[in-house]
Design a protein around this ligand. Structure first.
Ligand code: TYD
Length: 406
């Protein structure tokens, strides 16, 4: 029986998606034979309520000099992080000389807002290629994995931070105790921690099981985050739901008893109780829903192919790796997946080896159907893809249910 990474309680995994490749491991034909697979199993800890994957590949296999995810590929995400930065500056930074640290700062999408406002800042990003893009954008970045030891070094070199930020990164890190101890060291007594990640409540409600893949060691909830930070004598003081990534939660944390606790914390704890986040039965129901979704999506794709129509995938997201491989989707159903990220193009999708092509393949010759893997960017994509729909193209969606958009 595996033991919980947070509180060491033994738990039973409730779901296995089978063997999975590295979600962002887009590859060339020459790399097919050596492709790495691991069993993607998920468990729920009945004590601290943390939902977690049982085995996570080594971090160096996921985050390296060819990391395929560049945060700045979405205009809406640029706007989101500008607003995030403005909120931090307005509400939490005491002066123009304040020091802001961001974990997993990627290509600098958020920190560049602090840099241009003249704030002392530091990005910590272990993937060398995206870190380089940030530095080229004028964002001070070190290419390292964060932990308690690195926190010591940062304090010695830069001093303590007024704000410690993270977006879609905390849930990537299995050794969270060292991270939280590092944050504690790094943060000034009155400092603030703000991070956001895909929210377990949304994943359960929408059966968005594609949020479960190698990089996501955890699916956080208000319950589990409060438990984790309590263990380190830090306090969850507010939570704010976000629309990003199909439903996320922003957690706001301070040193113990330094700030008043918003009524939102209690409100969301209650909501989570009502949703059944603390009960194993909820996860068995989730498992049944995943199986139904798989069945519905595979049947829909097969019916469309029987009619002789073409289907392309739209956006080679990390999330799509779980969908494609769990549902057994192959190049027989999806002709190709288009994506705007150069590093993914002219490669093959992890596991199923569906060709990934430049976006122009889609816009120059539309397929009959497009399976929208980046449904979290739906608003942005629908706005720019009116021509596809006008000439008869149809979108296939699978969150919160499998359907053809009419
Ligand atoms: P995202 O949902 O952020 O990915 P992930 O599941 O990896 O977190 O989507 C980012 C991917 O989608 C990235 O590969 C770029 C691609 N994309 C497009 O191809 N076109 C678009 O219009 C948008 C917004 C994203």
């Amino acid at each position: 029986m595996p033991s919980c990474r947070i509180c060491k309680t033994n738990y039973d995994p409730f779901l296995s998606f089978g063997n999975m490749p590295i979600a962002n491991g887009f590859l060339t034909k020459e790399q097919f034979d050596a492709e790495y697979f691991f069993e993607l199993q998920v468990g729920f800890c009945p004590e601290c309520k943390m939902v977690q994957i049982v085995n996570q590949p080594n971090r160096e296999m996921m985050f390296h000099e060819n990391y395929a995810f560049y945060s700045s590929t979405s205009q809406n995400m640029k706007l989101h992080f500008k607003q995030f930065a403005e909120t931090v500056m307005k509400k939490y930074l005491p002066s123009e000389k304040s020091f802001v640290v961001e974990l997993g700062s990627n290509d600098g999408i958020m920190l560049k807002n602090f840099a241009s406002a003249g704030h002392k800042h530091l990005g910590i990003e272990p993937s060398a290629n995206v870190a380089k893009a940030a530095i080229e954008n004028g964002v001070n970045t070190i290419c390292e994995f964060f932990d308690e030891d690195l926190a010591h070094k940062i304090v010695n070199e830069y001093g303590q931070a007024d704000a410690f930020l993270g977006a879609n990164v905390m849930c990537h890190i299995p050794y969270l105790h060292s991270i939280v101890e590092g944050i504690k060291l790094l943060l000034k007594p009155e400092g603030i921690v703000m991070f956001e990640d895909p929210y377990l409540g949304d994943v359960i409600e929408k059966t968005s099981y594609d949020q479960i893949y190698d990089e996501h060691a955890f699916l956080f909830s208000v319950h589990s985050i409060q438990y984790l930070f309590n263990m380190h004598n830090m306090e969850l003081v507010d939570v704010e739901p976000q629309e990003t990534h199909g439903g996320s939660m922003r957690y706001i944390i301070g040193h113990k008893e330094k700030r008043s606790v918003s009524s939102n914390v209690q409100k969301y704890l209650e909501k989570e109780k009502n949703l059944g986040i603390g009960s194993i039965g909820t996860y068995y129901m989730f498992k049944n829903n995943c199986e139904k979704f798989k069945h519905d999506l595979v049947n829909l794709l097969n019916d469309i192919k029987k009619d002789g129509k073409s289907i392309a995938g739209y956006a080679a997201t990390s999330k799509s790796t779980t969908i494609i491989n769990y549902c057994g989707i192959t190049a027989d159903q999806l002709d190709y997946i288009c994506d705007t990220t150069p590093i993914k193009q002219n490669k093959f999708s992890p596991g199923a080896h569906i060709p990934v092509k430049a976006y122009e393949n889609f816009s120059n010759s539309y397929p009959d159907y497009a399976l929208l893997f980046a449904y979290n960017h739906m608003e942005e994509i629908m706005k720019k893809e009116t021509r596809f729909v006008d000439q008869g193209g149809k979108w296939i969606l699978y969150v919160p249910e499998v359907k053809v958009l009419q």
